[in-house]
Ligand binder design. Structure first.
Ligand code: ADP
Length: 192
């Protein structure tokens, strides 16, 4: 089994690289952002609660996120492995994930961090906003998402670093170049 946390600020390319990694290794995708957007589209109670928070670029509560994740991991515990994208985003989420995986006899193998500087993130997200119309891809929300990432999410990197699991890669370059950097690390896992 191979369980990966794909980490990085908004706009660092997690969604794009997740798809490529899933194709190569047959993993199950876990994007809390996608799950929340599905709830929003379905106008569920959870979606309605999350909407204004997401539009401001704040984090949805750990309680909501953990509930969503718990149900899905349990229902897919026969998967070949998971790629977590946009989750865990707080240390509380990371601790809960560790406990949940332990209960199921699983663990995180590696956190792959996509490293991209701030102005490049803003440029990419503004461009995505124009092309895809995601309502949180506007300048004010983008700036807040980056701020929230710095304050609440970067501690998650230290959490995995302490466990010896963090590997950072340069997130600038072509999609293929970045993918090769990531697979280079994955291929070396569990090898002496
Ligand atoms: P991005 O990484 O580009 O900001 P996501 O699709 O991962 O995009 O997340 C979009 C929004 O959904 C976040 O700004 C936040 O409001 C909410 N969200 C997604 N995942 C989480 C999470 N694990 N914890 C709290 N909020 C989340």
């Amino acid at each position: 089994m191979l369980n990966i946390v794909l980490f990085g600020p908004p706009g660092s390319g997690k969604g794009t690289q997740s798809e490529l990694i899933i194709d190569r290794y047959g993993l199950t995708h876990f994007s809390t952002g996608d799950m929340l957007r599905a709830e929003l589209a379905a106008e569920s109670e959870l979606g309605l609660r999350a909407k204004s928070i997401m539009e401001k670029g704040e984090l949805v509560s750990d309680e909501i996120i953990i509930g969503m994740i718990r149900n899905r991991i349990k229902s897919e515990s026969q998967a070949k492995g998971f790629i977590f994208d946009g989750f865990p985003r707080t240390v509380a989420q990371a601790e809960t994930l560790d406990k949940l995986l332990e209960e199921l006899g699983m663990k995180i193998d590696v956190m792959l961090g996509l490293e991209v500087e701030r102005q490049e993130l803003i440029d990419r997200l503004l461009k995505r906003g124009q092309q895809q119309g995601r309502s949180d891809d506007n300048l004010a929300t983008i700036e807040n998402r980056i701020k929230v990432y710095g304050e609440q999410t970067t501690p998650v990197m230290d959490y995995y670093r302490t466990q010896g699991k963090y590997r950072g890669v340069n997130g600038l370059g072509s999609i293929d170049e970045i993918f090769n950097r990531l697979t280079g690390i994955i291929e070396k896992l569990n090898k002496p």
